[in-house]
Write a protein that binds this ligand. Structure first.
Ligand code: URA
Length: 237
């Protein structure tokens, strides 16, 4: 990558500002001051601005179909691998999951290193809907559906932010909620005297998990999908 591009990525500068820094002799690659904006930064080289190391990390946005048995945290534990083990080629970009999924849950894990977007997607203020396909131990009654729809199910004293409930067969439900409290879907159905047997996240915002994306596989979001997500949380016009 050209040095001016590297700097604008690393520091959020315009190309012009980056060129100016380079021209002033403020930029070193390794031990050498480099004064050429089109200098090609070698792979793995360290770049310093005014003595401080800077890094140009590309932003990454991945739709991963997390299988059960994988953690949505970046730390492995002795029992389970991390989702990072499914995307080793991205690990150097230090991505994390925007919204956790339990180890026994599966489906859409949005993996990114864009902290601002991740924060907004998970913050209740922005009400980003997440849709879960839920298999229940017992059929859901009309009364249960009504309680859910009316926001009458309380978890830890607070109504669950339900946006939509769709029942396909009596034990299967598509639940869309706009919050992300810990174990929220499981706790919601526990409050109704039921139990979640299988939990799969199938959508985040208006982005649906690709039906043909096999478990453990992933793809990068398109530019258009990223813009849509950003727009939904006030980060793009
Ligand atoms: N709700 C849960 O109970 N578990 C998840 O993984 C996500 C939402």
């Amino acid at each position: 990558m050209r040095l001016d591009k590297y700097l604008s990525k690393a520091l959020g500068l315009t190309r012009k500002e980056a060129k100016e820094l380079i021209r002033k002799g403020e930029v070193k690659v390794g031990d050498e001051v480099v004064k050429k904006a089109d200098y090609k930064v070698p792979e793995g080289a360290s770049v310093f601005v005014e003595g401080q190391k800077v890094e140009a990390k590309d932003k990454v946005y991945i739709m991963l179909n997390k299988p059960k048995g994988y953690l949505s945290t970046t730390e492995r534990d002795k029992d389970y691998p991390s989702f990072l083990d499914l995307i080793p080629e991205y690990e150097h970009l230090e991505p994390f999951a925007a919204g956790r999924l339990d180890v026994d849950a599966e489906g859409f894990l949005l993996v990114t290193n864009d902290g601002q977007l991740a924060h907004r997607i998970t913050h209740p203020k922005w009400k980003v809907p997440k849709t879960y396909e839920v298999l229940l131990e017992k059929p859901l009654s009309e009364g249960d559906i009504e309680k859910l729809q009316k926001g009458e199910v309380l978890v830890e004293g607070k109504p669950v932010a339900v946006e939509r409930v769709e029942v396909s067969d009596p034990n299967r439900v598509l639940l869309t909620i706009t919050e992300g409290r810990y174990h929220i879907v499981k706790k919601t159905f526990e409050r109704l005297g039921n139990r979640v047997l299988n939990l799969k996240r199938v959508a985040i915002g208006d982005i649906k998990l690709d039906e043909d994306l096999l478990e453990g596989y992933y793809r990068e979001l398109t530019e258009e999908e990223v813009q849509r997500l950003k727009r939904s949380v006030g980060l793009e016009k």
